[in-house]
Design a protein around this ligand. Structure first.
Ligand code: PLP
Length: 465
């Protein structure tokens, strides 16, 4: 194993402070220093191995050290690493656009590449606005989002993100956009079934559009399969159809944020493919399209929409690194792997196996209240009491504590509380799409062990009845 050449005390920077000063609260255990990754596994500088249970933050879809991607990276780097798209066209960009739009299917013929999910959200927002102006509808200035929901960390993305806590801190810097409730399936208001609540939430969108004034609404943005904000929430089928109908009726563009759910993770290329009668107008991708090998995001849009914007003067928007050729070459290699190794089918099959394995764990664990998701985008919700679905006491910060226990046992798990702890008592179980049947069993067994350790700790503290 390569030892770290850094002579400083571990976790300490040149100024004697913590290396991760921006992220870690004082007193938090320092994070392992990773020196190598291969497939599902990562190793730290002390030679300890970690299972990448959640693919980082659900990004690393091909596992670590993929040979084809590394070779493509090197080939493109040797050819040309940078060519500004306002001045030049590159083969890498053209090839990635062709492959990605052919996978995305009809109605999503144009791809605008950026450096991550937040930039993709910003770009989609501006594209919607540009389209409204091109159509002569300047009054359209609002994008409705869901509560809770997550669309990125930049201010425009935060405006459409549903997270009370973030809005309490950064809200005064921006113009928050209207929100409607997410169609929960686990804890339902009294007198609701899943189906009736899904209808209720779709109706809430209709009412919000009406109360805001339909002529002022540009778009509705939602995660078709939730990410961390909802713990992989999948709504009842009727929700998608109703939302599509409502948006179409009011000339409101429907944006699917597939930063987490896209690029094969749910078992189909887009999560949207699970609901063919509810196709979105725009799709945002990131994470999986480059699988953590380079920062990359993308907005997919219909050819006519882009043409109308171009004819009205063009899209007044861009970044230094948009359509970066090195990133595009990497994205092309990632998607080629996805297709040629049939990893979407693997995501579907291994996802079913993982779900069943976790359901078995849930039967033996007092802590698992719900398991949600589709394909290899799953989340496990922790509760203090299964029967009443009671949350664990807020002050315990269960997801963070569980994350630490798992890490100590060699499992890297992604979790984070949101909205002042109102949401987020879950962790993502979303290994790379290359995961094997044996590795699924290894993950389930590891999680069962870590959950048992946490359950013992909580029982010892008298938290569990
Ligand atoms: N949208 C969703 C659904 C996400 O999960 C994320 C990131 O987790 C983003 C947008 C923002 O992406 P990024 O962190 O690449 O800016």
């Amino acid at each position: 194993m390569t030892a770290s050449p850094d002579p400083r005390p571990l976790g300490q920077d040149a100024h004697g402070g913590p290396v991760q000063a921006f992220f870690l609260k004082p007193g938090t255990a320092r994070r392992p220093r990773i020196v190598r990754g291969e497939g599902l596994y990562m190793w730290d500088d002390a030679g300890r191995r970690y299972i990448d249970v959640s693919s980082g933050p659900v990004a690393n879809n091909l596992g670590h050290g993929n040979r084809r991607v590394l070779d493509a990276m090197q080939r493109q780097a040797e050819a040309v690493t940078f060519a500004f798209p306002s001045l030049f066209e590159t083969e890498a960009n053209v090839m990635l656009s062709d492959l990605l739009t052919s996978l995305a299917g009809p109605g999503l013929e144009r791809a605008f590449f950026v450096s991550g999910g937040s930039e993709a959200t910003e770009s989609a927002i501006k594209l919607c606005r540009s389209y409204a102006l091109a159509k002569g509808e300047p009054a359209r200035v609002k994008i409705i989002g869901r509560e809770p929901g997550y669309h990125g960390a930049t201010l425009g993305a935060l405006a459409v993100t549903g997270d009370e806590h973030q809005h309490a801190i950064y809200g005064p810097l921006l113009r928050a956009m209207p929100k409607v409730p997410a169609p929960w399936t686990y804890r339902l208001p009294d007198n609701h079934t899943r189906e009736s609540y899904a209808r209720h939430c779709a109706q809430a969108l209709e009412e919000k559009i009406q109360s805001e004034g339909p002529e002022t609404i540009l778009a509705f943005i939602m995660e078709p399969i939730g990410g961390l904000a909802t713990g992989a929430l999948v709504a009842e089928d009727v929700y998608y159809r109703l939302v599509r109908e409502i948006c179409s009726r009011h000339g409101v563009l429907l944006i699917y944020d597939e930063v987490m759910s896209g690029a094969g993770r749910s078992g189909t290329f887009l999560a949207a493919d699970h609901w063919p009668d509810a196709r979105p107008d725009l799709v945002i991708l990131a994470k999986g399209i480059a699988a953590g090998y380079t920062p990359m995001g993308c907005v997919l849009a219909p050819a006519e929409l882009v043409r109308d914007v171009a004819e009205a003067g063009g899209f007044m928007h861009g970044f230094t690194y948009y359509s970066n050729p090195l990133s595009c070459a990497i994205g092309h290699a990632v998607l080629s792997e996805l297709v040629e190794r049939d990893l979407m089918a693997n995501a579907a099959a291994r996802g079913t196996q993982l779900l069943e394995a976790l359901q078995g764990v849930a039967e033996r664990s007092a802590l698992i209240g719900d398991i949600r998701g589709r394909g290899l985008l799953l989340a496990v919700e922790l509760v203090g009491d299964k029967a009443s679905k009671r949350q664990l006491p807020l002050e315990l910060n269960a997801p963070t504590r569980f994350q630490q226990i798992a890490m100590d046992q060699g499992l890297a798990v992604y979790s984070r509380r949101t909205s002042n702890g109102q949401y987020g008592d879950w962790f993502m179980v979303s290994p790379p799409l290359t995961v094997t049947a044996e590795q699924i069993e290894e993950i389930a067994a590891g999680l069962e062990q870590a959950l048992a350790t946490y359950q013992d700790e909580l029982a010892g503290a008298g938290v569990l009845s």
